[in-house]
Ligand binder design. Sequence first.
Ligand SMILES: Cc1cc2nc3c(=O)[nH]c(=O)nc-3n(C[C@H](O)[C@H](O)[C@H](O)COP(=O)(O)O)c2cc1C
Length: 344
Amino acid sequence: MGLYEKLVRPLAFLLNPEAAHEIALGWVASGMFECRVPHDARLAVEAFGISFANPVGLAAGFDKDALAVDWWDALGFGHCEVGTVTLRPQPGNPKPRLHRLPKDRALINRMGFNNAGAHALRLRLEAAWPHLPVGINLGKNRDTPLGEAAKEYAALYRTLAPLGAYFVVNVSSPNTPGLRSLQEPEALREIVRAIRSEKPRKPLLIKVAPDLDEPSLDAVVELALDEGLDGIVATNTTVSRQGLSRDPGLEGGLSGKPLQPLADAALARLARGSSGRLALIGVGGVFDADDAWRKIALGAHLVQLYTGWVYGGPKTVARILNGLLERMEREGVRSLDEVRGSAL
Ligand SMILES: Cc1cc2nc3c(=O)[nH]c(=O)nc-3n(C[C@H](O)[C@H](O)[C@H](O)COP(=O)(O)O)c2cc1C
């Protein structure tokens, strides 16, 4: 056990989860964390026209307002996804809205897109000097009627387009009423077309819920291919409570270990359906190198983590990267392209 597991995590876990999150984000943003990270060309990944130093990224929601965007590379991340950002700032749901389930290595959140809004994010990114690709995850304000969502996603994109390496349409958070109905092909098509009518054109992906059934996942693939999208992020948190030792009766999206089988199943389905024509980002229950390897073998170009970082601490990504390199040597693999899809 390292210092983080022995000392820092127990102390941090005495605080309420949202306070601990804010302190951790403040520490990262101050640049006080840096760890020895492997830089190795064998970890490099090309996806949707972007070169990534390694496949491991920070999932959306951790650094919603891009406060620490200059520092995530120092902790080993190969990309970070900021947001979800909404057009207008909004406070999110009433607290408490984030809960730890340490026995299950999970979190349940119903944050509700608390964020400083598109204008603030724009100013923040204009002042930043990130050394890694920054994706921007877009969502709709809670009080915007679903019928006006497409217009709002387009306005968001217009505000932020020059500043993101890639964009993600988030229609899969369980914490904004009605949002997930926008995963229906008709609604999704309208949103994608509205964004695609804006300039400049940047890589565009959709983030899906792990609770979609197989026909719905197939429909998302078909739409993504039809509309010339670049990829799919699989997945967001789940509303199911499968895999928990005990259902705590809390509302919100479940992330971490219990999500992993659902997220992996969705990823595999998307990979089979798209057979290499879309880039896939595998998210959900990544804690270690084996988890990252499995997602890549199931077809992911990139992986992301949130809950695994909360439980594993600042050295998590370095550990994952070292573990990937060790396994590549063991299996005689020279690049992650050789691993991708091998488990399908
Ligand atoms: C507290 C919290 C806030 C999140 N906020 C967002 C968000 O704003 N937008 C989004 O697309 N996903 C959000 N997510 C989902 C994560 O990006 C990720 O898809 C999910 O947690 C599964 O990955 P994990 O098991 O590594 O945590 C959030 C997750 C957590 C735990």
